[in-house]
Design a protein around this ligand. Sequence first.
Ligand code: ADP
Ligand code: MG
Length: 320
Amino acid sequence: MPLGEFDVIARYFTHSTTRGDVLLGVGDDAALLMPPPGQALVAATDTLVEGRHFLPGTPAAAVGHQALAVNLSDLAAMGADAAWALLSLSLPEVDEPWLDAFAQGLHALAERHGVALVGGDTVSGPRVVTIEVLGFVPPELALRRGGARPGDLLFVSGWPGEAAMGLELLRSGRLPFTADDHCVRRFLYAEPRLALGQALRGRATAAMDVSDGLLGDLAKLARASNAGATVDLARLPVSPALVSHVDRARCERYVLNGGDDYELLFTLPPQLATQADAIAAAAGCVVHCIGEITTGSGVRCERDGRVESIEEAGFDHFAR
Ligand code: ADP
Ligand code: MG
């Protein structure tokens, strides 16, 4: 007997939680949740469609991880504490091994960040995963995209470009999903930077997560801040893992244009810049200063003080 909708919910998506702010979770018509007084509720949702946002054949554990990770990354970018998640799942059939691995990938990440799955919807259809996450932040400390000022220094966390390299290795068939490769793992299991986002509260003047590529996302931050930005190409973090796959020039393109890293891009006023490394270390990651916010508009790349135009042609493998 194949499992029915309610068996699927009961078996895979009904977990007890130790969160005292969940009065009622999965099982009733809706969840009953108690936001902490005085805090803003932060809400985000993202959908992953098989064949568009994840490759057919992607391990189910990675799909479960990614679906939650991309959402938690949005909360991280707001400086929020993650609390609750809702999962809407559309599946062509009840494939128990797939569901089992999917649920494991999702619950493992949820547990690490203290997130309770409090509801959702389960339907049959093409494989599509939608998650909504809810979190909290003191309203005056929320990190927005629009607060950067000329003279602020520009930082990015971690090693952008690795995930895009991982995707490229998988998409080209050069490596299988099970490969023991740093870039492949970074693509399949990106870590949302929640601790860093929270540490930047009250310090960063602007922040966003990098999901579509550093340069493109920086342009959004600059526009929201009514400012320009300069990236110093000589200061780009080029990870050893990237260098092991392609030459330096191509590495830079991955760093600048690759997506799916879910690192944080943020700005600090100059007087806080010397604290950046300590803030990041306390949050369990590294950050790199890659440029600064300027007057005017648009994003400019420089190397050793000379403007360099970034050739994007030939990188259609990043096109979505
Ligand atoms: P309703 O018909 O009242 O909308 P459902 O029968 O769809 O409720 O769902 C029953 C309960 O199971 C609800 O609490 C709902 O939030 C939860 N639920 C359904 N699907 C999921 C899922 N994929 N993950 C988590 N909770 C789910
Ligand atoms: Mg109902």
